[in-house]
Design a protein around this ligand. Structure first.
Ligand SMILES: C[S@@+](CC[C@H](N)C(=O)[O-])C[C@H]1O[C@@H](n2cnc3c(N)ncnc32)[C@H](O)[C@@H]1O
Length: 252
């Protein structure tokens, strides 16, 4: 996968290219990365690429021309026939696991990071860029949202994670939240580890983990269960959990 980012702050991307699994995957050639700085296409010697908004109002707006030229530059570098152009925007469709999986199958992504009050709307009208949001809040620029998107997408690219099962067992991958995790020591300040995890009995451990995932999802994100088709084992476990809850509330 090749990811090209259009940003006036290329150095920020060290966070993803120099640290952790994404950095190792980059070194191993599992993805390629470059940043195109729209300042290179500014129409003035000082490299300004922003101007005051028509109609007045606070702040500045990124100009359409340098952004468009940066996009055309990125398009020249693409290796596949098609590329996905994404503008990180609080007005976009919220990023979720389904979208992350979908993007992980792409060969070429171009991500546009806005700054200031945002970008000239004509960039979106001309390019028909897809808008993706990281949530219903506003941050100062598209770089952090772009890195979050990249990290989550890259985790789904085969070979990026040391253990291929890691991403499949993460929260949301199968529509449930992840089960609780423990590591050494076995006892800490009076807090132990569930016996079953020390038993070495794989089938029991799997069963316990599935039940824990269902319990957590029911407790923290019941909306996820509404969207999900549970298999017979899961339905049975959910019944058991609900019964246990009822019994507990009777006793209390
Ligand atoms: C200060 S914001 C501009 C917000 C814009 N005035 C609005 O209210 O829609 C500057 C840039 O940060 C990025 N950004 C801010 N919040 C974001 C979010 N929740 N998701 C994705 N990108 C975001 C976008 O690229 C945006 O152009």
């Amino acid at each position: 996968m090749q990811i090209q980012v259009i940003s006036i702050f290329p150095e920020m991307f060290a966070a993803i290219t120099k640290y952790g699994v994404t950095s190792r995957a980059l070194e191993n050639g599992l993805w390629q990365f470059s940043v195109i700085n729209p300042r290179e296409f500014a129409n003035n010697p000082l490299g300004y690429i922003d101007d005051r908004p028509f109609g007045g109002g606070p702040g500045m707006v990124m100009q359409v021309e340098p952004l468009l030229k940066a996009y055309h530059q990125a398009k020249k570098n693409i290796k596949s026939n098609a590329c996905r152009l994404i503008y990180l925007s609080p007005q976009g469709k919220p990023l979720d696991h389904t979208k992350v999986k979908e993007l992980s199958h792409e060969d070429d992504l171009i991500l546009v990071c806005g700054r200031y009050e945002g970008i000239d709307e004509r960039f979106l009208s001309i390019t028909k860029a897809e808008e993706i949001s990281l949530g219903d809040f506003v941050v100062s620029g598209g770089e952090l949202p772009a890195m979050l998107l990249m990290d989550s997408v890259l985790r789904c690219v085969p070979g990026v994670l040391g253990d291929a099962n890691s991403a499949q067992e993460d929260s949301f991958a199968n529509g449930l939240l992840d089960y609780p995790q423990y590591t050494r020591p076995v006892e800490f300040n009076g807090y132990g580890v569930p016996e079953v995890l020390l038993s070495g009995h794989h089938a029991h451990i799997e069963h316990w983990r599935l039940k824990q995932s269902l319990m957590r999802t029911l407790e923290k994100r019941p909306d996820l269960l509404d969207k999900r088709n549970n298999n017979p084992e899961e339905s049975c476990l959910l019944q058991e959990i609900l019964q246990e809850r009822q019994d507990k509330s009777i006793l209390e």
